[in-house]
Design a protein around this ligand. Structure first.
Ligand code: HEC
Length: 167
């Protein structure tokens, strides 16, 4: 099939309209792609399962505005009692580089930090950008409780690790 000149001109004009519309919708297309990636990673890597209150029990039916604000239900085991951090408050004064260092340093269980170690720089930067995009909100999660103390609030009890496992 051969195009006649007027048809080509019409196609070119249509292409320009599409381009203009796209750039008007997203001021920074590159940033927008990074945010989409950050949100996707947060969803598929399970960050909401622990860091968003009610997310797992409701099969993910928590409004995005409430994502990653931390959890008041503790995880109690041989390590003491930990609480999934309010990540939106945690990153508010961090640079992307500081976040990458933090994300790759082992915290206490059951945070799956080894999954963050397996992520590429670009993935961690996308998660960081998404956390900053959501913005600071909510309260910090309760403070860590050492193993010899009983937490005052609700917690999930983990059994002791199998014999011979490293603490
Ligand atoms: C199984 C539950 C669980 C999952 C899943 C999980 N986290 Fe965590 N996370 C925690 C807990 C609990 C802590 C607090 C650990 C502590 O107190 O040492 C934590 C701490 C962190 C910290 C350290 C915060 C700080 O200020 O020190 C970062 C960063 C983090 N999580 C990011 C993530 C990201 C990103 C994901 C998704 C890829 C994720 N977490 C998935 C439970 C979880």
């Amino acid at each position: 099939m051969t195009f006649r000149k007027p048809m080509l001109a019409a196609l070119a004009a249509a292409a320009m309209v599409v381009t203009v519309t796209e750039s008007a919708e997203t001021a920074s297309p590159e940033m927008s792609a990074q945010l989409v990636r950050g949100k996707y990673l947060v969803q598929v890597a399970g960050c909401n399962d622990c860091h968003t209150a009610g997310y797992a029990p409701s099969a993910g039916k928590v409004d995005e505005s409430q994502w990653l604000l931390g959890e008041r239900v503790g995880y109690r085991g041989p390590w003491g009692t930990t609480y999934a951090t309010n990540l939106r408050l945690a990153v508010q004064d961090m640079t992307a580089e500081q976040f990458m260092v933090r994300a790759r340093s082992p915290p206490r269980p059951p945070m799956p930090w080894f999954n963050l170690v397996a992520m590429r720089d670009g993935d961690l930067k996308a998660i960081f950008a998404y956390l900053q995009h959501l913005g600071p909100a909510g309260e910090p999660a309760p403070a860590y409780v050492p193993p010899d103390q009983t937490p005052t609030g609700p917690f999930v009890q983990f059994p002791a690790p199998p014999p011979g496992a490293k603490p």
